[in-house]
Design a binder for this molecule. Structure first.
Ligand code: PHE
Length: 464
């Protein structure tokens, strides 16, 4: 029973754009393109699309319906349905708490690059070692992080309707225009390298879109499937309590079926466009070898590509980092909102006070993460085979360890304890039809638990 009055989205489109704001983040812009490049181009895209419509829909519907039907945040939602499952709410709350420590640090890096391009210093950013010397310096990363965090906290402090919804309605359509513009420009690129070989944007588009089946074996296909799967649930911001919180703000007369399809379309559309923007550009100037993994794609390879474009590179650089900053900001807002909303519910505290406290705690923890590149520097081998610093360790614990585990437990809880019909009833509230009801039940009860177990074993290094 929801007795106390809480804030909420004023309209269905406000909800969709805010949820899309959370979903569309750096994951869409740097992670999706390099996975596509490395996993057989069009083949990855086909697998991913198939998964969005089945798995993506299932996971998103689960979180949003859980939030709307209970009217609660993750910390209380699970326990209120079944006392023994309260632990799952606590685990789910941990994910945004961990992500919050480092997301604003990455936001700060992006803000810094935006400023670099705005002030016409793109050439410097293209030099070898620029990124490393920036993140290992003591003051600059902290300052830019604080700037990014202050904007995030201000939006959350302003409330759901006045802050998050209003901001998302303002910037999300602009993000689409920017990304379409840069993607269209990417396709017109053309470059002759030192050996006289000409590469064009359209050739790069083919690398991206045409399924590459060379050397396709069952185990390679399985790897592509797992890559697409883990990208999908990170990208949709599911299993971290965020969509439960956002779901709890949705009015009962909103058609969840339609809203969820729109969120999926938005998130996937931006990911596809990001690939169309990045792969041809990198291909034209650096061949496929430029498609590095991780932050180096965005902060090292792309500045080199913008530099190679000549004068227009500055404009493209500004547009690009502005767009990424917006994407990261709306995602960071959703993380902080989830923490604030959970704490408001837990401590019966007002929004403004809670936002301030969470804002300060986030700043302190983010400073520690910044120091992880100088004072607190270490190199820790992670179970997934990579070596990480403080930021990577946090990212590993939240995204590779907790996410698949929470997703697995949530599927068991919904599929076998409260049963899929409980979700279906919420999807049908208001007289709407839940067209994917059957497939939803099959996925949540049987398929998702198996896949999540495999992903969990893989990311914890138990399965190679
Ligand atoms: N969904 C975001 C993306 O695709 C990632 C994210 C996860 C953002 C968790 C916020 C919280 O980049």
């Amino acid at each position: 029973m929801v007795t106390k009055k809480k804030g909420g989205f004023s309209s269905s489109i406000g909800f969709v754009l805010s949820a899309a704001g959370s979903a569309v983040g750096v994951g869409n812009i740097w992670r999706f393109p390099y996975l596509a490049a490395q996993d057989g181009g069009g083949l990855f895209l086909l697998v991913y699309l198939g998964l969005v419509l089945t798995f993506g829909f299932t996971l998103l519907a689960t979180d949003i319906a859980l939030g709307r039907r209970t009217g609660k945040n993750a910390l209380n939602a699970f326990g209120s349905l079944h006392p023994k499952w309260g632990f799952l709410g606590k685990m789910t709350f941990l994910v945004p708490a961990i992500i919050m420590t480092y997301y604003s640090v990455i936001g700060g890096w992006i803000t810094r690059y935006m400023v670099v391009y705005l002030t016409g210093q793109g050439k410097a950013a293209a030099q070898d070692g620029y990124f490393t010397s920036f993140i290992t310096s003591k003051a600059a990363p902290v300052m830019f992080m604080l700037l990014f965090l202050a904007v995030t906290a201000f939006i959350v402090y302003s409330g759901v309707e006045e802050g998050i919804e209003r901001f998302s309605k303002l910037v999300m359509p602009g993000l689409i225009f920017l990304i379409i513009g840069i993607a269209a420009f990417s396709l017109t690129l053309r470059h002759t390298d030192a050996s006289g070989k000409v590469r064009t944007g359209l050739m790069g588009l083919a690398v991206y879109l045409v399924p590459d089946l060379t050397g396709l074996t069952f185990s390679r296909f399985l790897k592509i499937l797992l890559d697409a799967m883990s990208q999908l649930f990170f990208s949709l911001s599911v299993s971290m309590g965020i969509m439960i919180t956002y779901g709890s703000y949705v009015k009962k007369d909103v058609n969840l079926n339609r809203s969820i399809s729109q969120i999926e379309l938005f998130d996937t559309g931006v990911a596809l466009l990001a690939g169309m923007m990045i792969i041809p550009a990198v291909y034209v100037f650096s061949g496929t070898e430029g498609m590095a993994q991780g932050p180096s794609l965005m902060f090292v390879s792309l500045p080199k590509v913008f530099d190679a474009m000549g004068g227009v590179g500055t404009v493209v650089g500004i547009a690009f980092f502005l767009m990424v900053a917006v994407a990261a900001l709306t995602s960071c807002v959703s993380v902080m909102e989830t923490l604030v909303a959970n704490c408001m519910e837990l401590f019966h505290a007002p929004r403004k006070k809670t936002s301030l406290v969470i804002g300060i705690l986030s700043a302190v923890s983010a400073v520690l993460i910044c120091l992880g590149y100088n004072v607190l520097y270490f190199e820790l081998p992670l179970p997934n085979g990579q070596t990480g610093q403080l930021l990577d360790v946090m990212d590993y614990v939240s995204n590779s360890f907790l996410l698949p585990l929470i997703c697995l437990l949530t599927c068991i809880f919904v599929g076998w304890v409260i049963k899929p019909d409980w979700i279906a009833e919420e999807m049908e509230t208001g007289g709407y039809t839940f067209r994917r009801k059957k497939i939803y039940a099959v996925i949540i009860r049987y398929i998702a638990p198996v896949v999540m177990t495999v992903i969990f074993l893989q990311s914890t290094g138990c399965l190679r």
